[in-house]
Design a binder for this molecule. Structure first.
Ligand code: ADP
Ligand code: ZN
Length: 437
């Protein structure tokens, strides 16, 4: 098979499972060898030749140790470097949503690989040269900005590095340059809707949007549907994390039955986070990723803390790269209330199915007189008449009832006016835990 171009590469996308397995094993071995040049893995791996001889098949990856976020933090800034500093051309820092930041380095070849991966993702979803691509995520240290930017240019789209925020100008740009493809985080896509309406713009009538790549934070199918309905576009789920380059790790194909992990660049495992043993396909657990096509800082068996599952079976699109289900969230985001484990996205799923509910919500956990309470603060949509107390009470009851049905916990529901909850152009804060730890 020949390589046709950098965004449709038959030599990797159309491999059979056995060809892909062979490629992975070869790259895994190279990775182990190369990683051992870094101070961290030199210590961690010890005798590399022993590891190499124990790798007979890809599943032998289980014999290798895990890498955690704490390792990355402890080794800050250079402990994971496997090349000399003068080979590096880029530094990103993870946005630090859950604590101290970690440094990520790229060589020129790493940037090429990363751009190829993103171009491949977007091409798979239907973006083409000739499209106008507007990137509505933060540039700078956040990998979502530059990651998609270079992928889009590689693919050959007219690329607008709009960044996040400045919403009215964003909308004007979409209009003036007939933007057809966007990259946006889900909470910002929701936030832009009322601003468009206020500007008198109906995206279906006035804009040329076709596709949106949406990721960087958990969101539900219901939010996907809301974005699709409002903008009149197809939304593709996009997953990645700075530690493994950034976006471009897994992406939906047009079948939209899960996100294909690019297995020529990443090895994927799902483990039980308690026993650390692998779980069968179809069972939820913690996603563990290994980079197998990276120079600057290879990472072996990284525990992402993201909870998902591998979707069993083959994708009708024909790609053998395995698929991940929608992320439930990070294990850190899960909260326990009255003995029940809940992810914020489960709350979202219920809320966004209720037509009276607007586009923003926050969950507040409080302890009052030693009793835990969950307060769900919800914006009503702008068609609700906020002076009508009877109607509000009815909506409140309905939301509490639906949440109770799904979560088995009865929350206190507080309704607030549209656009009154704190907004963020970056990742949204969905959970505020005020309880004493
Ligand atoms: P930080 O860890 O500081 O937020 P990143 O920008 O690297 O920095 O974020 C990566 C994380 O974002 C992932 O580990 C995951 O928790 C979340 N994420 C990324 N894409 C998605 C997605 N499509 N669905 C759910 N969560 C996602
Ligand atoms: Zn597919």
């Amino acid at each position: 098979m020949t390589k046709t171009n950098s965004y449709w590469d038959a030599s990797v996308e159309a491999l059979s499972r056995s060809e892909l397995d062979a490629l992975q094993l070869e790259r895994l071995k190279q990775t182990v060898q190369h990683a051992s040049l870094s101070p961290f893995y030199k210590k961690k791996l010890g005798d590399v030749s022993e590891h190499l001889s124990s790798l007979q098949s890809v599943s032998d990856i289980r014999k290798l140790p895990f890498t955690t976020k704490a390792d990355l933090r402890n080794e800050y800034p250079y402990g994971f470097l496997s090349v000399s500093k003068d080979e590096l051309v880029r530094l990103h820092v993870s946005s630090g949503t859950t604590g101290q930041a970690t440094a990520i380095f790229y060589t020129r070849a790493d940037l090429e690989t990363w751009a190829d991966l993103l171009a491949r993702c977007m091409y798979m979803a239907g973006a083409r040269p000739g499209d106008t691509f507007q990137n509505l995520t933060g540039y700078g240290l956040f990998t979502g900005g530059l990651g998609f930017h270079y992928g889009a240019e590689r693919l050959g789209m007219l690329t607008i590095p709009a960044g996040a925020g400045n919403s009215k100008r964003q909308i004007q740009l979409m209009k003036d340059f007939s933007t057809s493809v966007i990259h946006i985080i889900p909470s910002y896509a929701l936030l832009l809707m009322p601003i468009m309406t206020e500007m008198g713009i109906d995206p279906r009538r006035d804009l040329s949007l076709r596709l949106a790549f949406v990721g960087a934070e958990p969101y539900s199918e219901e939010v996907r549907r809301r974005i699709e309905d409002f903008y009149g576009i197809r939304v593709f789920n996009s997953y990645g994390l700075s530690e493994l380059n950034g976006p471009g790790v897994a992406f939906e194909c047009p079948e939209q039955t899960g996100m294909h992990v690019w297995e020529d660049a990443y090895l994927v495992e799902i483990i039980d986070p308690r026993t650390l043993e692998p779980v069968p396909d179809g069972v939820y657990g913690e996603l563990v990723l290994t980079s197998i096509k990276r120079e600057g800082m290879p990472i072996i068996r990284y525990r992402t803390k993201d909870l998902t599952r591998i979707i069993p079976g083959d994708c009708p699109c024909g790609r053998v790269h395995r698929r991940l289900d929608r992320m439930q969230g990070r294990s850190d985001d899960m909260f326990i209330i009255k003995g029940v484990n809940i992810f914020p996205v489960q709350v979202e799923q219920v809320l966004m199915n209720i037509s009276e509910v607007g586009n923003n919500y926050v969950i507040v956990l409080r302890e009052e007189n030693s009793i835990d309470t969950m307060i769900v603060r919800v914006e009503v949509n702008d068609r609700i008449f906020v002076e009508d107390m009877r109607q509000l009470q009815r909506i409140q009851k309905k939301i509490a009832h639906e949440l109770r049905g799904e979560l088995l916990v009865t929350p206190m529901v507080e309704l607030v006016e549209p656009n009154s909850l704190p907004k963020s152009e970056g990742k949204a804060i969905r959970l505020i835990d005020e309880r004493k730890k």
